[in-house]
Design a protein around this ligand. Structure first.
Ligand code: GCU
Length: 458
């Protein structure tokens, strides 16, 4: 009897200790974690009454199981994921969401280093500018890659690659950066004159170049409009005329949308990195903000050469779960930006539950490579909770492949990054933007993964 009592008491103490330990293991995370400010929810709801910003109004939904094959077979080992399920999921995203791009490296593509400065930024960096011609023809489509590599590190250098919104010259005031980013929106009379010299360095707050270099990373950036200008013209500009194969004069319903073309451009930059012995092409981190965060995820999902993938405030069609219909929805995004996704995606306007995928499966495609997703407190349009949940539901695939997933069950508090596992996540104070705070977490995350990788850091 006494023994029985002792047993009950011991078991109770044991469960309390386990409960506390569980909380400790989760980094002291509050189970409630981050929540949207009610004032902000009220304000945004008033401004956009057709948009749901209220957690209580998120519909019930069931996510597709990333580990369940279309034929009903359960994936139970890494081999089956790699050989069968991963290709299947990739194909679903190609067919129904982003569209299909040309396969592999274009056979006539050329690279020309037109600028090489060993003493750039006061001697801190080597600067290179590379003209990429996708077809090898002077009058064909192409892009310029601007690269800074730290001088005080042993080469090859692990490097961040990021598309920019305004032209390479906007990321830093370095006067030697070639002006880019001029295209015109036909009919609207709006000229994107960001190319003007006065926009040099205008986006520098989003690109802490010196800090990146001092931490031992290189930075490569490309103006996204070089690959495909960001407006809908029936796919006549950018890389489309050179690569699109029409069927009886028409585009296929799974032909690539702009996000896919931008992601394809990132893979072409990777083709260049593989030829540059100063860049460590095994340690390239692909990163993007907002629509370019969606792009970074798709680039990293389709091209396994990217070692780490980072999505900053990517929202709908990026890291956020579509089925939550919180903030921007599939119907909204396909209406506002009809050129971003493939035509098939429109079939799911208002019918998110019919989609054969959801965005947790996009993150799962990156496994077992490290992935980092961010949200911003005031960016409810991008659905911070939906972005976290996509990470959480990608976790089973990570665990199947390498035993380390997100390492968290609940959303962390504001400004409390989860960055010690294979899936990193944070929700930062403030608005939709890419900040120095975000960059610091990314570099910590990369440090951690590269240090622990067999190659180590220099
Ligand atoms: C719009 C769009 C988002 C996108 C963002 C951006 O807000 O609705 O989906 O992420 O633009 O790219 O800045």
């Amino acid at each position: 009897m006494i023994n029985g009592k002792i047993l009950v008491v011991s078991l109770t103490i044991f469960s309390v200790v386990c409960f506390l330990a569980e909380d400790l293991c989760l980094g002291g995370m509050d189970k409630d974690g981050w929540k949207a400010s009610p004032e902000l929810v009220a304000k945004l709801t008033q401004r956009r009454s057709e948009t749901n910003y209220d957690e209580q109004k998120v519909p019930e939904y069931t996510l597709p199981d990333p580990l369940l094959m279309s034929d009903g077979t359960k994936v139970t080992n890494a081999q089956a994921w790699k050989a069968r399920r991963r290709p299947e999921v990739l194909e679903l995203f190609r067919t129904y969401v982003y569209g299909r791009s040309p396969i592999g490296r274009p056979k006539d593509m050329t690279f020309k280093v037109f600028d090489l400065e060993r003493r750039a930024l006061g001697g801190l960096a080597t600067r290179k500018q590379v003209a990429v011609s996708f077809t090898g023809r002077q009058d064909g489509p192409g892009m310029d890659i601007l690269i800074y590599l730290p001088n005080d590190r042993k080469k090859p250098i692990p490097t961040f690659v990021i598309l920019n919104f305004g032209g390479n010259h906007t990321i830093h005031s370095d006067p030697a950066i070639k002006l880019s980013g001029s295209w015109m929106r036909p009919g609207s009379g709006i000229v994107n004159n960001r190319a003007a010299a006065d926009s040099r360095g205008k986006a520098s707050l989003r690109f802490p170049v010196e800090e990146i270099l001092k931490r031992g990373y290189g930075l490569a950036t490309i103006y996204y409009g070089d690959i495909d200008p960001d407006f809908h013209d029936g796919f006549k500009n950018g890389v489309h005329p050179a690569f699109d194969k029409l069927q009886e004069g028409k585009r296929a319903s799974d032909a690539w949308g702009s996000i896919c073309t931008w992601a394809w451009g990132l893979s072409r930059a990777m083709d260049y990195f593989e030829t540059d012995i100063e860049i460590d092409h095994n340690r390239v981190i692909v990163l993007g903000h907002s629509r370019l965060g969606k792009t970074a995820l798709w680039a990293g999902a389709r091209d396994e050469r990217f070692a780490i993938v980072i999505s900053n405030d990517s929202g709908c069609g990026g890291a956020a779960l579509s089925r939550r219909k919180f903030g921007e929805t599939v119907g909204r995004i396909n209406t506002s930006f009809p050129h971003w996704f493939c035509e098939n995606f429109r079939k799911y306007n208002g019918k998110e539950d019919d989609l054969p995928v959801d965005q947790h499966m996009l993150i799962a495609l990156i496994a077992p490579r490290p992935v980092y997703v961010t949200s911003a407190d005031e960016d409810l349009w991008a659905d911070p909770k939906g972005e976290f949940l996509a990470c959480k539901h990608a976790d089973p695939v990570y665990r199947l492949l390498d035993g380390k997933g997100l390492g968290a069950d609940w959303m962390p508090g504001l400004d409390r990054p989860i960055k010690t596992s294979a899936i990193g996540y944070h929700v930062r104070s403030g608005r939709h933007s890419l900040t120095e705070y975000d960059w610091r977490q990314f570099m910590d995350f990369a440090d951690m993964h590269f240090l622990t990788s067999s190659q180590g850091r220099n």
